[in-house]
Design a protein around this ligand. Sequence first.
Ligand SMILES: Cc1ncc(COP(=O)(O)O)c(C=O)c1O
Length: 416
Amino acid sequence: MSKPAFSTLLSHVGRRFDETIATVNLPVYRASTVLFDSLEAAAKAGHGASAGVGERHVASYGTSGTPTTFALMDALVELEGAGAACRAALMPSGLAAISTALLAFLKSGDHLLMSDSVYGPTRMFALGMLERLGVATTFFAPTATAAEVAALIRPTTRVLYLESPGSYTFEVQDVPALAALARSRGIVSMVDNAWASPVFARPFEWGVDLSILPLTKYWSGHSDVLMGAVVVREEHWPTLWRAVRELGMCVGGDDAFLILRGLRTVEVRMHRHQESALALARALAARPEVGRVLHPALAAHPNHDLWRRDFTGSSGLFSFELDPALFAAPGAAGIDPARVARGMVALCEGRRHFRIGYSWGGYESLIMPGSIAALRSAAVWSGGPLVRLHCGLEDPADLIADLEDGLAALTASLVH
Ligand SMILES: Cc1ncc(COP(=O)(O)O)c(C=O)c1O
């Protein structure tokens, strides 16, 4: 046999697949193309991974998964599914997980019931693409009872979408009652479980059909990877998988590896986030500049009893309201937006430990003012200016001192 040419060698050298060693972590598969030894094997894999079939862990092409992404899917089923018969699919961001889940279960002419305090882009997706596709959405107050939500159900209602606690305003929903209502009416229930993660909440024990996990947050824990997952009861898997395949939703092996690495420490980190956030929430509650502290694990929170019933802990994310009286112009009543803007700059900029940044769930602390009024339609927001904090893994005493400096700077900025 003649020796292959240099250009042929370039395609073949160094590709030995029989060398494996046992390492603590799985190797990373980076793949678009998957190779087969026969046409029959290729056809079998292609069929198994196809939109209408969705067999477990069939690698036909990079978009249907690799051993690295399958390992993460298995981990999510065990941790989030916690014994329920579930399957998991991975998406390139938390928002992609939300939009894929909604697109999978809704079609033109359908009706969606959505909690008013969902993550802003979730609301925008309902009011944007879903509306353009002919799906009508009704928003309901996040603390609405099952009877109140039942009154909004139409013959065309297909999905009930929840997020508990709500984004920025942290209302805790009675998810078990709402999920039971949905089930009794043949409606698919979904919940965004970003805040608590399975460390502190088990949505399938609440009775929901589908849980959305922005893995970008606590699962990653290091603010360097974007990913989302949908974990769904087995009976709904074919519907979800069809949408995943039709939309081409998939993730790369390197990112899946980073989430697998992050999850090893998620429980330890969550306990530290919890402790620090509670220390900060209590310190803030005692400050004269602060109105309400919106943290469900504080006894004063209006939904504290629901939180105690349904969650086993709390995370590093909460908000607080500033006293509206601080922002009234001298001699005038009501909040002066220019004073709010000035005060927020003084509070948020120049902090030593809290940085300004969207997102949360990493090891670092973040601060961000919230503009909530435009993101609520069923439960009108009438509180004072809102600030959201993510408490990272720094020493809580340093974080408290940093915020106290910020509040002093805010007051000083409003003297005139
Ligand atoms: C509650 C909640 N759900 C979903 C998401 C979306 O996740 P991602 O940033 O990965 O798209 C976010 C992001 O901030 C969030 O706060």
